[in-house]
Design a protein around this ligand. Structure first.
Ligand SMILES: Nc1ncnc2c1ncn2[C@@H]1O[C@H](COP(=O)(O)OP(=O)(O)OP(=O)(O)O)[C@@H](O)[C@H]1O
Ligand SMILES: [Mg+2]
Length: 262
C-alpha cells in the first residue's frame, strides 16, 4: 500500500525554541498510528503542521503525493485531512444531530469529497450524512440532546464524528481519550476505531495512556524534545530503552497489560 502521508525533515521553531526537528516519516494508507511523548514534546506542533494550523520552519509534507507544506488549513481540509483538537470543538447549545449537520454543511462548503460529486446535489445530503455518522458512532440515543448536557464520552464521540462527517482520508486525533475515566476509555476507543476502520481512514492519534496505545495502534511514534526517538510496532516502541527512560508511564505491567499484543 502506498504512503498516504510523507513528512521529510520537518522543523518548527518559535524564536529560539525548537518545538519540532528532524521529523521524517511515511505512513501507509489505512494505518493506525499512536503518538506518544511527554508534555511539551512537540506532538500537537507536529499535528498542527500537517493540518496547516502552523507553518513549518523547514521541511516538507506530502499527502497523497501532493505537497501540502504551509498550505492554509481550509485547503488541507478540502484535500481530505481532518482533525480533532485537545479540547472538543462543538456548538454547546445545539443538539448532537444539529452539531453534526453543521459540520456536514461546513464540510460540503469546503468542497471535500462531496464537492467532487458531479451528480445533482440532493438537498437532504447533509442530513442523511449526519444520520449515518450518528449511527456509525453509536450515539443515536443522544441524537436530540444538547451537546452541553452530554456525558463526556459521548461528547468525544460527537467531536470525532464531526471531524469524520466530510469523509476525510487522514484523521489526526489529539488526545481523544483525555478527561475520560479509565473504565470508559477502552469502550470509547473501540467505537472510534471501528468507525474509522469502516471508512478506511488513516489515523494518527496522540495518547498518554500506554495501554490504550498498545491496544489500538499498529505503529507507535515516540516524541521527545521535538523529535521522534522511536518508530515501530507498539511492542518495539514501548520496549525501547530510550523510550522507557525518557517517557514516563511507558513501563507497563507484564504482557497481560497489553491486550492484542500478548
Ligand atoms: N504557538 C506557540 N508559541 C510558542 N511556543 C509554542 C507554541 N506552541 C507550542 N509551543 C512550545 O512548543 C513545545 C511543544 O509543544 P506542543 O504543544 O507541541 O507539545 P505536546 O507534545 O503537544 O504537549 P502536551 O502533551 O502537553 O499536549 C513546547 O515547549 C511548547 O511550549
Ligand atoms: Mg499537545
Amino acid at each position: 500500500m502506498s504512503a498516504i502521508l510523507v513528512v521529510r525533515d520537518l522543523e518548527k521553531t518559535f524564536g529560539s525554541l525548537v518545538a519540532a526537528r528532524d521529523i521524517t516519516i511515511s505512513v501507509p494508507a489505512e494505518q493506525t498510528v499512536g503518538v506518544i511523548g511527554a508534555n511539551g514534546a512537540g506532538k500537537t506542533t507536529f499535528i498542527n503542521m500537517i493540518t496547516g494550523h502552523l507553518k513549518p520552519s523547514k521541511g516538507s509534507i506530502w499527502f497523497e503525493d501532493r505537497e501540502i507544506t504551509g498550505k492554509p488549513s481550509r485547503e488541507i481540509t478540502r484535500l481530505g485531512i481532518s482533525r480533532s483538537f485537545q479540547v472538543a470543538q462543538i456548538f454547546p447549545s445545539l443538539t448532537v444531530f444539529e452539531n453534526i449537520c453543521m459540520a456536514a454543511a461546513i464540510a460540503r462548503r469546503a468542497g471535500g469529497v462531496w464537492g467532487n460529486i458531479a451528480s445533482p446535489v440532493h438537498s437532504g445530503a447533509a442530513t442523511a450524512e449526519a444520520e449515518a455518522t450518528i449511527e456509525l458512532f453509536q450515539i443515536g440515543r443522544y441524537r436530540d440532546t444538547a451537546a452541553n448536557t452530554l456525558p463526556q464520552g459521548v461528547r468525544k464521540l460527537l467531536d470525532i464524528g464531526m471531524a469524520v462527517v466530510g469523509w476525510p482520508r487522514l484523521l489526526l486525533l489529539d488526545e481523544p481519550t483525555s478527561g475520560i475515566s479509565i473504565e470508559e476509555k477502552f469502550d470509547l476507543m473501540n467505537v472510534v476505531m471501528s468507525a474509522l476502520k469502516a471508512r478506511k481512514i488513516t489515523v494518527l492519534f496522540v495518547e498518554h495512556d500506554m495501554e490504550i496505545v498498545a491496544r489500538f495502534a499498529e505503529r507507535v511514534l515516540a516524541f521527545y524534545d521535538g523529535t521522534i526517538i522511536a518508530d515501530g510496532t507498539p511492542t518495539e516502541t514501548l520496549d525501547d530503552p530510550r523510550v522507557q527512560e525518557l517517557i514516563s508511564g511507558v513501563r507497563l505491567k507484564p504482557t497481560a497489560a497489553r491486550p492484542g499484543h500478548a
